[in-house]
Design a protein around this ligand. Structure first.
Ligand code: NAD
Length: 490
């Protein structure tokens, strides 16, 4: 199924203190599928951010005092409402981000898995207490931080925001989401559903816009923590900015994921795994395979990969590119590889757009073969449906290239040999490792987060690790009678 056009152009307003608020200025939102304007997004500045922070600050004392079991009843309701509207939301997310309908739906469901993890906190995260000396007990409990913010990229309009807000609000924080200005529509409906689910005014809010809105949020003295997901240069700059104010920050950046294919790899699993990884979401995901290290003689697998990739149909099997400037970046990367002597094994520049969507932003799967490690295509994050193949002689050479990459999200190996799999898992420097899996995204309750320049900050963004990020531990030591042993505590 392809996407359906929306009947109206939606104003994507800020959602502040329980209502949508009109902005002074808007910019257009263009669908990568159609090239048509599908929305207008608020361009926010200091005043808008101040409004949201004030409402959140006001809501916080009551929300933090609400027992976690009561907070979660609202998240249960939210989950139900999202599922009721799943197909509609998936269509909106697909239309604004260029995904296929199936990918958009899967993204929302993956986001809901994080909500399910957050829902389990009421039974799982009860703190701890013990008697540490005779008559003295120590106890710890998790407390919210206050007003916190999450800044999201374009490529997963529902899922990436949902990595953050279900956990943050369940822990008692008031959350301000700054969606990507390229994909603000899905968040409009998510805000409506959070409101309908019963989250009090000020607990979940939206501030739209670009750099100005982000900087005002980060600089605001009452915003206590900053979650960010986006490109590496921005992640790095915002991490430095937030931490210079003494705030906690967790900023996830871009990637150049390495995928090792060795001669004993299972052909069927490898071909499917590699093609799905670099063409899924049209390569616009931080876990997409981007560099294939062909170890030794694997031409039989490369030929099948090329055959499968070139048979994919745009629209039904692969989505569109977010905008024309991204498309130009991808074209430049392919042309540069060609100029430097790499072979374009499959050329997506010649692919046909789906019928009825000719004005959209399309390019087909592209395979650049026989690249050298120093070429741009082997190093930069192209963020499109392009895989670069570098031939290496052995596993050690492949692992040396993996270690050299400044990015650190994912490394996968395709092999039928357990020792090879173990060697790669033990020695890879990236944060998420796959064996015979092209997109090694950990599922809940396992946490998501890379290493090196793919993540600035110490925790992961989901799973147990994220609890440490969105909360602080309070430690309480008590004595109710004279201590019956003599220690330094007496
Ligand atoms: P981006 O960095 O351009 O934008 C991300 C967010 O930052 C947006 O909300 C945007 O409005 C804001 N922003 C952009 N420039 C800014 C600036 N100079 N100052 C302050 N805020 C700014 O990223 P994108 O193009 O929307 O998303 C694609 C990138 O995100 C890719 O690099 C991809 O790998 C990465 N990504 C990483 C992960 C991960 O988990 N590591 C997940 C998804 C996407």
């Amino acid at each position: 199924m392809l996407v359906e056009r929306l009947k109206t152009v939606r104003d994507c307003d800020n959602f502040v203190n329980g209502v949508f608020v009109k902005a002074k200025q808007y910019s257009d939102v263009v669908s990568p599928w159609t090239g048509e304007i599908i929305g207008r997004v608020a361009v926010s500045g200091r005043e808008d951010v101040q409004g949201a922070v004030t409402a959140a600050t006001k809501a916080f004392p009551t929300w933090r005092a609400t027992p976690i079991k009561e907070r979660t009843t609202k998240l249960f309701k939210f989950r139900e409402l999202v599922l009721e509207k799943l197909d509609f939301l998936a269509n909106v997310a697909a239309l604004e981000a260029g995904k296929t309908f199936a990918e958009a739906k899967a993204g929302i469901l993956k986001g809901l898995e994080v909500s399910e993890f957050a829902l389990s906190l009421q039974n799982m995260d009860s703190g701890g207490a013990m008697e540490v000396s005779r008559g003295v007990t120590c106890e710890y409990r998790r407390e919210p931080l206050g007003v916190v913010t999450g800044i999201a990229p374009f490529n997963f309009p529902a899922m990436v925001p949902m990595w953050m807000y279900p956990i943050a609000v369940t822990l008692g924080n008031c959350f301000i989401l700054k969606p990507s200005e390229k994909v603000p529509l899905t968040s409009q409906w998510m805000a409506e559903l959070m409101h309908a689910a019963g989250f009090p005014a000020g607990v979940f809010q939206l501030v739209n816009g670009g750099r100005d809105a982000v900087e005002c949020l980060i600089d605001h003295p009452d915003v206590k923590a900053v979650g960010f997901v986006g490109s590496t240069p921005v992640a790095k700059a915002l991490y430095a900015r937030a931490t210079s104010h003494g705030k906690r920050a967790l900023c996830l950046g871009g990637a150049k994921n390495h995928l090792l294919v060795v001669p004993d790899a299972d052909e069927k699993i490898t071909v499917r795994g590699v093609v799905d990884s670099f063409t899924g979401c049209a390569g616009q995901r931080c876990m997409a395979a981007s560099l294939m290290l062909a170890v030794g003689s694997v031409d039989h697998i490369i030929n099948k990969i090329a055959q499968t990739a070139s048979s994919l149909e745009l629209g039904s099997q692969m989505g569109a590119i977010i905008d024309n400037s991204a498309l130009a970046r991808i074209h430049t990367a392919i042309a540069d590889a060609e100029k430097h002597g790499a072979k374009i094994l499959v050329d997506g520049r010649k692919a046909n757009p789906p019928k009825g969507f000719e004005k959209g932003c399309w390019i087909g799967p592209t395979i650049i073969d026989r690249a050298t490690p120093d070429m741009q295509c082997a190093q930069m994050e192209i963020f499109g449906p392009v895989i670069t193949i570098v031939r290496v002689n052995n596993l050690s050479e492949a692992m040396a290239l993996e270690a050299k990459s400044p990015f650190g999200n994912a490394t996968s190996v395709f092999t039928t040999n357990g020792a090879v799999a173990r060697f790669v898992a033990d020695h890879a420097t990236n944060g998420m490792i796959g064996v015979n899996i092209g997109v090694p995204v950990p599922r809940e309750p396992f946490s998501f987060g890379g290493s090196k320049e793919s993540k600035f900050g110490t925790c992961d963004i989901t799973g147990e690790s994220s609890l440490e990020f969105w909360s602080q531990r309070k430690k309480i030591t008590m004595k109710w009678a004279e201590q019956s042993d003599a220690t330094w505590m007496s």
